[in-house]
Design a protein around this ligand. Structure first.
Ligand code: FDA
Length: 311
């Protein structure tokens, strides 16, 4: 209940342009800023630095240049070029070649064709340098169109691309079977957005049950699934299923967000599991940061304490 309310509250804040500008001006300046716990920095150099320390700890990375819901095709074009520059920087730095992006960042809210063209530009550049590109899943108005665009790319022969499915949506059982049929790579998450009752489970128990069900489907029939969660009970179920079915640790990976449950990331790595850390960075960090606050009300207390300390 508290989590649902706080998701709604933070969704509303994320829509505030004024707050966003204020946060982007001041929020990451201080090394002590609480936002820095979740965001690697504003520049590709800072993200690459963070990625290097993740890799030194035996894990892999996916870099996410934060941004979403751009308002014009010019902005979508800028985001696409920035992603191409990020890929160049990753190649030059010699870190893992894996990025995550959002279709609304590439212009999906402006018009679908623009986002498809931009995605293709990124996938072509990615293919040249052997990158894997994960299309993040946004809120439910974009679920079908995101999967449609993914399938279009898949039918056109792109294989260096994967999607995300959210266990909070009842439709994800069917979507999982479809992705398994294609042989597509799926990242499974619980879902970060406040969604209406008409499309999503409202009860955490149902979201968790669906997560377990879908994780099992992906592990048994999927193509190198990514199980993205910090929830120890989900991780325990995945481990038990893999071990019962003889699914070895090279056939899947766990994924976690930068700055969250570093202890668990280290523990799984030490036990021989693959762990990929999602490293977000960029000037447009505010909506991402608010989603992380909304997931855990205790984080809000940390922000307030940080602000009081800095005064
Ligand atoms: P749950 O919310 O039950 O949390 C389990 C435990 O994790 C908590 O008890 C706490 O210890 C810790 N934790 C979780 N969130 C925390 C936070 N914000 N701060 C501090 N501790 C926290 N969603 C989406 O809709 N589309 C997407 O594309 C993605 N992509 C994505 C990639 C990766 C690599 C991850 C790990 C997650 C996503 N998500 C996402 C977010 C996902 O949907 C979900 O909101 C978060 O992972 C939190 O859910 P958990 O599974 O961790 O469980």
């Amino acid at each position: 209940m508290i989590q649902a309310l706080s998701k709604t509250f933070f969704d509303a804040l994320a829509g505030s342009g004024r707050l966003k500008r204020l946060a982007s001006t001041y929020g990451l300046r201080s090394e002590q800023s609480f936002a820095r716990r979740f965001i690697a920095g504003e520049t590709a150099e800072e993200a690459i630095g963070a990625a290097r320390s993740v890799e030194r700890a035996g894990m892999t990375v996916t870099l996410d240049l934060l941004g979403e819901s751009v308002a014009s095709s010019a902005e979508a074009d800028t985001a696409t070029r920035e992603y191409q520059a990020v890929m160049d920087a990753i190649v030059a730095a010699g870190i893992g070649r894996n990025i995550s992006l959002k279709l609304t960042q590439l212009g999906l809210t402006v018009d679908r064709a623009t986002s498809v063209d931009n995605l293709r530009r990124i996938l072509d550049a990615a293919a040249k340098h052997d990158f894997f590109v994960r299309i993040d899943m946004e809120n439910s108005p974009f679920t079908q169109v995101t999967l449609d665009i993914f399938e279009t790319m898949w039918q056109q022969g792109y294989r260096n691309v994967g999607v995300v499915l959210q266990s909070c949506l009842p439709r994800s059982d069917g979507d999982t079977r479809r992705m398994n049929e294609l042989g597509a790579r799926v990242r499974l998450v619980k879902g970060a957005y406040r969604e209406p009752r008409s499309v999503a489970y409202q009860d955490k128990v149902q979201v968790d049950e669906a997560f377990v069900r879908i994780a099992r489907l992906l592990l048994s029939d999927g193509n190198y699934p990514a199980i993205a969660t910090h929830d120890p009970s989900m991780i325990a179920v995945v481990r038990a299923h893999a071990s019962q079915q003889g699914i070895t640790p090279e056939r899947f990976e766990f994924q976690m967000l930068y700055g969250i449950r570093r202890d668990l990331q280290a523990q799984l790595t030490a036990e021989g599991f693959r762990v990929r850390v999602y490293v977000p960075f960029g000037r447009e960090w505010f909506p991402y940061f608010l989603r992380r606050l909304g997931e855990r009300p205790a984080n809000v207390g940390c922000v307030i304490r940080g602000i009081l300390r800095e005064r």
